[in-house]
Design a protein around this ligand. Structure first.
Ligand code: PAF
Length: 279
């Protein structure tokens, strides 16, 4: 595997490649990321991964400084997956001057759910993703469904800017007890780790009730948040949304059986976890 930090060198290595499959990451790779690499390989060749902890998507009080950086072990994992190039730019490589041109996602999608609790987050994500795409020029790029809203926003961005990159969504990988794999799980204490699967259980509660025909969305969301709060969580939201646009379903949508997804974000101690489940 070639490890490249300069944009120019990356372009030289990839010139003439028309089937590049790309997986952008912020490192601290776990099985979830590795499943994205395997899916990428099914959709293209060569597979290019990136590791870049993108300052633009962290709020002033978020964990940019303490975000886990585990470069050596990440490299070993990617080598085993047969990744051809790891693009690992420094901040100077990717942002040699202040990044004044930015992508601004539409308010209805970018400022709801995660966007409501992490202002500027999706602007930061889409700006770096567009820039990484411009460096790698992939035919396909793979994003995990765990970050459901991110996947939808990136997909919409690619469509609206007519980017030549197809966005592929990969299923969430879970631990045996249901906890979605995430780099932030490593912040959990032993007791919190034992408690953490309750987030997925809360999503399953909502999904099971909805499937059984209990369609009082507000009541279900409220009950699920109460369940978490009763066990020491601080929920930001548990929200039932339409899969098509992540907006709340109307009575008509519910009656017509529009495809739904329930999304959640909640803090356990100081760790903020997110998850979702298609209903
Ligand atoms: O999902 C992530 O790890 C990041 O948001 C991404 C897509 C690599 C952009 O920094």
């Amino acid at each position: 595997m070639k490890i490249i930090s300069s944009i120019e060198e990356l372009r030289d290595h990839l010139s003439g490649q028309l089937r590049t499959a790309f997986v952008p990451t912020m490192g601290n790779l776990h099985e979830g990321h590795l499943s994205l690499m395997r899916l990428a390989r099914k959709h293209g060749d060569p597979v290019v991964a990136s590791i870049f902890v993108n300052r633009l998507q962290f709020g002033p009080n978020e964990d940019f400084e303490k975000y886990p950086r585990t470069f050596q072990s990440d490299v070993e994992k990617l080598e085993k997956e047969g990744v051809y190039i790891l693009f690992a730019p420094t901040e100077k490589d990717l942002y040699p001057e202040p990044q004044e041109f930015r992508v601004r996602p539409p308010d209805d999608l970018g400022n709801t759910l995660e966007g409501e609790f992490r202002p500027g987050f999706f602007g930061g994500v889409t700006t770096v993703v567009l820039k990484l795409f411009s460096c790698v020029r992939p035919r396909v790029a793979v994003f995990g469904k765990k970050d459901y809203q991110q996947l939808m926003i990136v997909r919409n961005m690619a469509r609206q800017f007519a980017l030549p990159t197809e966005i592929i969504g990969a299923e969430t990988i879970r631990a045996d007890d249901g906890l979605a794999l995430s780099s932030r799980n490593m912040y959990l204490s032993e007791a919190e780790r034992a408690e953490a699967p309750r987030l997925y259980q809360a999503l399953n509660f909502v999904a099971t009730e909805m499937r059984a025909g209990h369609l009082d969305v507000f009541q279900l969301e409220h009950k699920a948040m109460e369940q978490l709060a009763a066990h020491g969580w601080n929920p930001d939201y548990i929200s039932i949304r339409k899969r098509a646009d992540l907006q709340p379903p109307s009575a008509g949508d519910l009656a017509q059986g529009s495809p739904l997804v329930v999304l959640a974000a909640a803090r356990l101690g100081t760790t903020r976890l997110i998850d979702n489940l298609e209903i």
